[in-house]
Design a protein around this ligand. Structure first.
Ligand SMILES: [Zn+2]
Length: 333
């Protein structure tokens, strides 16, 4: 029989799963000031046998460096090696690909400039946060008591197939790509537990990010098409029966199948709206679609709205219902 301890770390939750033979920590925890002390207190002097990072985002993998430094093995999805091993946007080719994407979005020039300056700031911030520097100030949304650091690290165990966790087979790791290319979820089949990371969250709808592939081929499509993968992963989870979900943010919940269904329905509804708008507009740039679908938000939060609309365009394209020609999308099929 396994037991689980939830460790709340401001906006994040990490979980210690015990079965007597081993202690598996789900997610490394975010690297804000005081986080490691909070984890140590919660673990009561019994360090994890292994830590599994569900994905390479800084709030889930930020303390990977710390665990490795303490000699604790850390496992992570091989598809996230580009996120774990270097500061965000530090790869020059990747940065240029983001710039070209913004320039080809069809957004008016003042919004393009705002988006370009935002990604430059993100790159500069990530470079600073990668060092052994004091924690940055708290973010405006106060999700954590200080800003987060992210020190790149090399996991000890790369996960590239689904199955029982090596040495601790009471926990299974499932490849669940979409949120990031190497995203993982963990399950304890004996208990019906799902540790969902950011794949499944209570009261939160999935928003795909505009992100790079793990290892883009020069001249090929640099962008990872998140939402089609995310939806496929959610459909795969829907086929399994879970009694309880322990998410990376928010409260654990029992109505797992219903939450999965709600998420899938919502994606389907939004995709239907994007397709209807595409039919109405004819060939349209990404930003023209954003403006039609979310007129006010597209001006205020252009990058976020672009990501949302892009996700649904990717889904339509993967289903043969839309096609991209010369920077414009049009309905197909
Ligand atoms: Zn995430």
């Amino acid at each position: 029989m396994a037991t689980v301890t939830r460790i709340r770390l401001a906006y994040n939750s990490v979980y210690a799963i015990d079965n007597g033979a081993g202690r598996v920590l789900v997610d490394t925890g975010p690297d804000y000031r005081g986080a490691t002390e909070a984890i140590d207190t919660a673990l009561g002097g019994k360090p994890p046998s292994i830590v599994v990072a569900t994905h390479g985002h800084l709030d889930h993998a930020g303390l990977g460096w710390h665990w490795r430094h303490r000699g604790v093995p850390v496992a992570a999805g091989y598809g996230d090696r580009h996120l774990l091993g270097r500061p965000a946007l530090s790869d020059e080719a990747e940065f240029r690909a983001f710039v070209r994407y913004i320039e080809g979005s069809g957004a008016p020039s003042e919004l393009q400039l705002a988006m370009l300056s935002a990604i430059e700031q993100r790159r500069d911030w990530a470079a600073r946060a990668a060092g052994d520097t004091p924690h940055p100030p708290a973010p405006p949304d106060r999700r954590w008591p200080t800003g987060l650091r992210y020190r790149p690290f090399e996991p000890s165990n790369w996960v590239s197939t689904s199955g029982p966790l090596e040495a601790f087979p009471f926990v299974h790791v499932l490849l669940s790509p979409g949120h990031t290319p190497g995203n993982l979820v963990l399950t304890v089949p004996g208990e019906g537990w799902l540790f969902s990371g950011d794949q499944l969250l209570p009261e939160m709808t999935p928003t795909p990010a505009i992100q790079a592939r793990t290892a883009p081929t020069p001249g090929g499509d640099w962008r990872y098409h998140s939402l089609p993968h995310f939806v496929a992963s959610l459909r795969a989870l829907e086929k399994l029966a879970f009694s309880r979900c322990f998410p990376g943010h928010g409260e654990p919940f029992d109505n797992v199948a219903a939450v999965i269904r709600t998420n899938l329905d919502l994606v389907e509804q939004r995709t239907g709206r994007v397709l209807a708008t595409l039919c109405e507009l004819g060939p349209a740039t990404r930003f023209a679609l954003c403006e039609r679908l979310y007129p006010r938000a597209a001006q205020r939060r252009p990058w976020q709205i672009l990501a949302t609309v892009q996700g649904h365009l990717d889904l339509l394209e993967s289903e043969g219902r839309a096609a991209l020609r010369d920077g414009r999308y049009e309905a197909a099929g």
